[in-house]
Write a new protein. Structure first.
Length: 603
């Protein structure tokens, strides 16, 4: 009997999740498979979660909030196969099945469900999961791992695919190929290339957008003033590696975290559009009723609308309504003393009103007395917009107070309505992949993903305490909102709207953000070859795939029967490869859909 061959081009968490779904849905096909996992980085963990990175770098999720397994919240055709969350795995017998170095083993032994683990711990969990996924395939199946990169792919829909690997003479001949490439690099764009050339001409330091864990930070000189654009998670990794990573020490003195410099740190001047760091992750559980699926925002209703879909006018109002509904449900059911009516009365009236209507504003005003308990998305999005300070010292004091208040609020169960909003964000987030895949969405321009990340994907509270300590030690100085940078006078000049007239002269500039994948500038050799041959279709910089099964579309919009693609470089994004338990995660649903389409084709 000929065993069908499947190649997964990319071996990170999405590949492992797809492999698990192939095993779970094996009854559709009913026979063994030969699966080749191709990735230069460790299979299972991939590039982002590989063990070989600094042990200082952590996840931004608690151990109990990370799972790679489906549960009964996941809406999919395939069977649900539960398994342990990261916290449960760390406390269970499966831990003995993985080779661990002494540091990771010690961390796992000390891990609690509410710990924020290192990425090395997640790497071990993903390595174990890949083994579980491989073992779930039908008897007689084999999984082969190739520490290479796929560089080329030949074959039309009617013939088997020839998969070419770097440094390997003979291609793998496959019946189906799934691109599970993960996050990808770009060739430097003209703006960043010009800044790099300017830096080289004047003996300055310039680091373009990159994955911080991969960046050569030895190029950043100690004691120099360095401008940093971006205050998200890439910035958090950056200050960790340039401070504690260079020998500095954090100590708690009379309850306050203090930073003891090593003398090898640069001086970081950081700003962004918002001018504030991402919100701290919450450190508590819901106090009221459990979360519910979205009530107002549904992808199928949006997709039933004719023509192009306008984000601000057609999507955001119902998305905002759902997030607010989840927020107020937690406020009313978890903290009834802070409202003037009961949830049943409030929610009934809420369901009749548009989010931005006068009636909604009146309902909230009479039902929620405290301004700090009222949800205002525009204030949340731009908390210091229009706020002007006399000098930089005043801005530093204000922003330290802002961050301290954020950490306190996200650690106090009195404000668990913020966690309600978090679940609302997750709910509407899970409805978006189908809308994105339709190719009809207009007018977002990246705002939604930035807002979601800022509100829901922030760092552990300990990281913001460290940021405060670095600010007090003079290692980090805030530039504020609407930051600007100019390459001028042989240096980098920087300032912002928060302190008009204040200008920093710096001998370095770091772009603290991930590169945004663009198909026309992709550095991935496989995508470059497919693009140049007209075998992938550019959808605003992303690889266009069919909305129903993620088959790759060629330049004519025709799906290739034997090629599939999933991941953030496609227009059908499901983003996170693993998820918080019981949130009907988009990646799990998409993995199941693609696995079933692959198996159906092979049957």
């Amino acid at each position: 009997m000929t065993v069908p061959v499947v190649v997964l081009a990319g071996g990170g968490p999405r590949a492992a999740g797809l492999l698990e779904r192939l095993g779970a849905n094996a009854s559709v096909f009913g026979g063994p498979l030969e699966v080749h996992v191709v990735d230069p980085f460790p299979a299972g963990a991939g590039r982002v979660w590989r063990h070989e990175q600094s042990g200082l770098l952590r996840m931004n999720s608690m151990a109990e909030d990370v799972t790679v397994f489906t549960d009964d919240s996941v809406v999919c055709e395939g069977p649900i196969v539960p398994g342990p969350s990261l916290a449960e795995w760390a406390a269970g017998p499966a831990l003995s099945e993985v080779d661990l170095d002494s540091e990771v083993r010690a961390e796992l032994l000390a891990l609690t469900p509410r710990s924020f683990p290192s990425r090395r711990v997640q790497s071990a969990y993903l390595k174990w999961f890949l083994g579980v996924a491989a073992a779930s395939l039908p008897e007689g199946s084999v999984v082969r791992v190739h520490p290479h990169r796929v560089v080329g792919l030949d074959g039309d829909s009617a013939e088997r695919q020839r998969v070419r690997l770097d440094g390997v003479d003979e291609p793998i001949v496959a019946d189906v190929v799934v691109l599970t490439l993960g996050h990808l690099d770009n060739e430097i764009d003209p703006e960043h290339a010009a800044l790099a050339a300017y830096a080289a001409e004047h003996g300055l330091t310039y680091l373009p957008p990159d994955y911080t864990a991969d960046t050569d930070l030895s190029a950043v000189p100690a004691g120099e003033d360095i401008v940093v654009r971006g205050m998200g998670l890439a910035f958090v990794d950056l200050f960790v590696l340039l401070a504690e990573g260079r020998g500095g020490v954090f100590e708690r003195v009379d309850g306050t975290l203090v930073y003891r410099p090593s003398g090898r740190e640069p001086r970081l001047h950081v700003g962004s559009r918002r001018g504030v760091p991402y919100h701290s992750k919450t450190g508590y559980k819901l106090q009221g009723v459990p979360p519910e699926p979205p009530k107002f925002f549904h992808a199928e209703e949006i997709l039933a609308l004719p023509g192009d879909l306008q984000f601000r006018s057609q999507l955001w109002p119902s998305m905002a309504r759902d997030i607010a509904y989840s927020y107020y449900r937690e406020l009313f059911t978890g903290h009834p003393s802070r409202v003037t009516t009961d949830w049943e009365t409030f929610s009934a009236r809420f369901g009749e009103l548009d989010w931005y209507s006068d009636g909604m504003r009146e309902l909230v005003a009479r039902s929620v007395p405290a301004d700090e308990d009222r949800l205002d998305f525009e204030r949340l999005d731009r908390p210091i917009a229009g706020v002007v300070f006399d000098d930089s010292a005043a801005l530093q004091e204000y922003l330290r107070g802002y961050v301290e208040a954020d950490v306190a609020r996200r650690s106090d169960t009195a404000y668990s309505a913020d966690l309600g909003a978090f679940f609302g964000l997750l709910g509407v987030y899970g409805q978006l992949p189908g809308v994105l895949a339709s190719g009809r969405l207009r007018g977002d321009n990246g705002w939604w993903h930035g807002f979601f990340s800022y509100q829901a994907s922030g760092p552990p509270p300990e990281r913001l305490e460290e940021l405060l300590a670095l600010s007090r030690a003079g290692i980090v100085t805030f530039l504020g909102a609407d930051v600007w940078v100019r390459a001028e006078d042989g240096v980098f000049l920087a300032g912002g709207a928060s302190v008009p007239g204040h200008v920093v002269r710096a001998r370095g500039l770091i772009e603290a953000r991930l590169p945004e994948h663009s198909l026309d500038r992709t550095a991935d050799p496989l995508l470059r070859s497919l693009r140049d041959a007209g075998e992938v279709f550019d959808a605003e910089g992303q690889v266009r795939v069919a909305a129903d099964d993620c088959r790759v579309l060629d330049a004519s919009g025709v799906p290739h029967a034997r090629r599939f693609a999933i991941g953030p470089y496609t227009n059908n994004k499901a983003y996170a490869a693993f998820a918080r338990p019981r949130t009907n995660a988009p990646a799990f649903r998409q993995n199941d859909l693609v696995a079933r389409a692959v198996l159906k084709f092979l049957s």
